[in-house]
Write a protein that binds this ligand. Structure first.
Ligand code: C5P
Length: 228
């Protein structure tokens, strides 16, 4: 299975002047944990890390340090996650039929979740890891800040990555998204907008996306627990 890791973001929201994926968590740069989970999976054979070229020297050191230089390839990314994934798709080997996409920032992903997604992807065109939401979600009118609706929580799932797709179909969706100026926050959204079915694979509660300092502290705690 092929894996693309969008890793071309910044550290702005976490208050760092460098890419948050380079910040240390439990003794290693954050992205090293994401890569090690992929290395330990049974299914992933080829990894494209989509990054900003300025970060490539650091990424190379990390990749060499964890003995993954043979399976990891660096691909220059774009200004948004959406653009970075599109760059990644264009950097895949021509023989790639299916691809998993996993945010570098979700460093607590397990090898088992990669394997579950890879296996399911053999039987459907698109899938995402997701978990049922725990909170009651409100739809709010942005200017008045008044609630306009409360969707039935039983039908709501929080999207995670890995997300998996047929490469040709997803590439067409990204092209259409770019042509029509769609702005999406995950790849499944593009796939859905183009009319393709997307299946849910049970994700993991711990598979959080490190966005804030608090997330970083939680990630550190969970990695410490796992090492015991
Ligand atoms: O910023 P956020 O954590 O939501 O981004 C999700 C993932 O997308 C991160 O792993 C980040 O590095 C990546 N990203 C990217 N290219 C961008 C912006 C974000 O690959 N221009």
């Amino acid at each position: 299975m092929y894996l693309l890791i969008p890793a071309a973001g910044s550290g702005r929201r976490i208050g760092s002047d460098r890419n948050k994926l380079l910040l240390p968590v439990f003794g290693k740069p954050l992205i090293a944990w994401t890569l090690l989970a992929a290395k330990l999976s049974r299914s992933i054979r080829w990894i494209g890390v989509v990054g900003q070229p300025d970060d490539f020297p650091d990424f190379k050191d990390i990749i060499n340090g964890i003995g993954m230089s043979k399976m990891v390839h660096l691909i220059p990314g774009g200004d948004t996650r959406q653009a970075s994934v599109f760059c990644g798709l264009q950097g895949l080997p021509a023989v790639a039929e299916r691809v998993l996409i996993h945010d570098g920032a979700r460093c607590l992903v397990t090898p088992a979740l990669f394997d579950r997604c890879a296996e399911e992807l053999l039987t459907c065109p698109g899938l995402i890891a997701a978990v049922p939401v725990k909170d009651t979600i409100k739809i709010v009118q942005p200017t008045s800040q008044m609630i306009t609706g409360t969707p039935d929580r039983g039908n709501l799932w929080a999207a995670q990555t890995p997300q998996g797709f047929q490469v040709e179909a997803l590439t067409r969706c990204h092209q259409e998204g770019e042509d029509k100026g769609w702005q999406v926050t995950d790849d499944a959204m593009l796939f859905e907008q183009c009319g393709f079915p997307v299946k849910i694979v049970p994700g993991e509660e711990t598979n959080l996306k490190v966005t804030t300092i608090m997330d970083l502290a939680i990630a550190e705690f969970i990695l410490r627990q796992r090492a015991k």
